[in-house]
Design a protein around this ligand. Structure first.
Ligand SMILES: [Fe+2]
Length: 209
């Protein structure tokens, strides 16, 4: 599922090397990003995004956590809960990722960087790094937030066990209107129930990764 625009293809090729680099530091994040990219594309298509927007969404979703390259190992790979200071440091990955992608002087990089910067904003304004609210958050960032949340809860990590699909959806419904855009959540529900994507704790996800 690569971008169709030739300029974005070039951007994708450059940033793919970064993704491989991230994989050497944190393989789980790399695999997570690939699943999030595919789910985001499914949501974006249902939203009626145009090809240019879909290309930007795929790029940003693929590299939304690329800023974790800049997070120290003792935090990035910590198997237990973060302290407040560690959590503040971890939150910097959104800004670091945007800075990395923006530094690639190719068409499309700036748009992708903006989307990456805001992928942890919350619909009610309680997210980071800028506390943006509602539709001031780029739609592609709102889509990534939903797909990111689903996948993060659906797989086993060193600090939590995978939740089942109904358990994940319960949490996400609870967060709708706070963390997630209600309209996009409706679209996400259609997409995830369509059978086109692996559900949490399905065969594809039953083994810890
Ligand atoms: Fe992130």
């Amino acid at each position: 599922m690569k971008p169709g625009d030739p300029k974005l293809k070039l951007l994708y090729a450059y940033t793919k090397a970064l993704s491989v680099a991230l994989g050497y530091r944190d393989q789980l994040t790399r695999l997570h990003s690939e699943r999030v990219r595919d789910l985001c594309a499914g949501i974006g298509i249902r939203c009626g995004l145009n090809e240019k927007q879909l290309d930007a969404l795929r790029i940003a979703a693929s590299f939304h956590d690329i800023g974790k390259i800049g997070i120290p190992d003792h935090i990035l790979l910590k198997p237990s809960a973060f302290t407040k200071a560690e959590w503040e440091e971890m939150k910097r990955h959104a800004e670091i990722g945007a800075e990395i992608i923006a530094s690639i002087e190719i068409d499309g990089a700036h748009d992708a960087a903006v989307v990456i910067r805001h992928h942890h904003e919350h619909f009610d304004g309680s997210g980071y790094p800028d506390g943006l609210k509602g539709e001031r958050i780029p739609i592609c960032s709102r889509i990534i937030s939903i797909a990111d949340s689903y996948d993060a809860m659906a797989v086993t990590r060193t600090y939590h066990h995978a939740k089942s699909h109904p358990q994940v959806m319960d949490v996400m419904y609870e967060e709708t209107g706070k963390k997630h855009d209600p309209e996009l959540m409706n679209i996400f529900c259609d997409v995830i129930e369509s059978g086109d994507f692996p559900l949490a704790r399905s065969d594809q996800r039953s083994a810890p990764i």
